[in-house]
Each structure stands twice: as C-alpha cells, then as structure tokens.
Unconditional design. Sequence first.
Length: 341
Amino acid sequence: MAGIVADALVVVDRVQSLEPYLPQLAPDDRERVDDYVRRASADATLRAYKSDWRLFCAWCQESGYRPLPATPATVAAFLTLLAESGFSPQELRRTKRGVVLPRKEPVPLGRATIGRRLAAIVFAHRAADVEPPTSQPDASRLERAMRGIRKDKRGEMPGKKRPADGDVLRDMVRAIVGEDLRSHRDRALLAIGMAGAFRRSELVAITVGRVSEDGRGLLVRIAASKTDQEGKGHTVAIPDGRRLEPVRHYRAWLATAGITSGAVFRKLTPQGRLTDKPMSAQGVALVVKAAAVAAGYPPELFSGHSLRAGFLTEAGRQNANLFKMKEHSRHSSLEMVAEYV
C-alpha cells in the first residue's frame, strides 16, 4: 500500500520539480494507517492495483500530466487510450538478473480491465487522502467517457439487461397502484431489492426474524455468500428514503398480508391468495418485468439483477465512495463495482 502512494510521489517529482503536493505523515503514522487500510482489501487486489497505478504513472510521466492528484480529464485521456489502442511504457523492463526485455506491443483493453484501472486510480487517491477524479467537480466528462467506452466495447449485446436506477425504479413502484396483496408485495420487493443491492437469492431468503428496525431504517441480516470469506454473513442497512420509501412499503406489505414470521416475500396463487412458500429467483424477475411494463418500459431490457445493478448505477451517479458501494453490495472486488460507475 505504501508503495502505491510513494510511487506516485516519485513520479510527480520527476514530472515537475516542485515541493511535494501532499504533506507527508511520519513513518510510524503512515505504517499504522497503511496496515489497517491493507486489511480491507485482498492481497491479490492490492497487487493488481499497484500494477495498474504504476502503469498510469508511467503514462503520465511520458505525457507530462500530473498523476496525483489527477484531473478527470487526465484520467479520461488515459482510459480512452487504453480502449482505443492500449498503452505500453517506453521505459526499459528488466528481469531480476538485469536482462532487458523487449517492449510489449500495446493492445486495446476490454471494459472490465479498464474499469479496474479506474478503480486503482481512485484507490490510490483515497490512500493518499486526495479527492479522486471521480468525485471532483468536473467529473462528468470522465463519467461520459466511461459510458462511451462501455458502449463501444460491448455495444448493445443481446441479453444485456438494463439497471433499474433511481428514476426507473421510482416509475416502476409508482406504476403499481393497487392495494391488494400482490401490489403491496411487489412494491416492497422492488424498493427493498434496490435499496439493499440484493441478489435475487438473498432477497427471497429474507425472513421476518432477520429484519429489525433501528430508527433510521431497516437492518437485514443475510446469510454468508460466496464473497463472504469469513462466512459470517452481512447486515445490510436499508435507509428510510423518501424516494422509494422501502420501510413504508415493507411495513404495509407485512400488515396487509398478516405476516409475523417466516419468509417475507412469498408466492401468491394465481387468484392472489397468500402462501407460506418463499418466492423463487425467477419470480423476482417476473415482478421486475411486470413493473417495467406498467411503467412503460420494454420488459426485455430488465431482469431480477436490474435491482442490484440499479443501486450501483444510481450510487455512481451520485459520486458515492467506491469502497462504500462495494461494502454495501457485497461485491468481491472494486473492479466489479467500477463497471457500474
């Protein structure tokens, strides 16, 4: 971790003969902070970020740009170069025995790798206590550049589903106007599904006993998932937002259905009668598609995953902290989160 920040400062000194841009912590303080920050990320992720960060610094050095703090325009120029032609540093590469290696021929990178490069740049800025380019006032151009990269690299691929962001989900929830069991259940399902960035399997596994209120919203305890390395499970906070009102819809659904224990989101018969069986993951997808139709959106563009993807897309638009987004969505890496930003 310390190497990432140190590398950046070395490159800055090479590019411009100025005083260090950032105040330096005492060695003991830096070591202590780095140790705790390091605990939050897997070693493999840190190694990848360090490599990505050094590549960005090398490009900045060759191009005459400042890597730390980097402007959104600088980062956008770097990422679009990676998408168009790739980048390979001009500096000589040597083996441990000192043998000079030939320069790698640059090749265009895929959107996932480019997303990781961006995540590494953001990570390095936060590690250095500097505002990352994705949060700076003029970050909109960088955001648009990333959208262009995603569209250019994946086009409109068949089967690619649209995230149900804040505006879309609000339209879906408002389009469900009934007061019957199905309407109450579906409104609660959509609002909580997005607010908690839940996987479909997590959403249908929620039970009344795993939900509590703390005055600010709901706390939902979910079982361990494949990304939970310690197997302890997670507690997901659902704030009482005014836009989707997940808490109100949750309470209304339980009260209307008379549910006091067991599965929260349950199957209904074709006649609309309540059963004691939890919904299936496919059932979640059907609810999302039906709500899309009611709100005037093409249903083929949405799936059960649209709720989870929608949370990340909306959070990215609001310049949320990538680390907080990753923590809330329970993703295994920042690279995966960065694809939605």
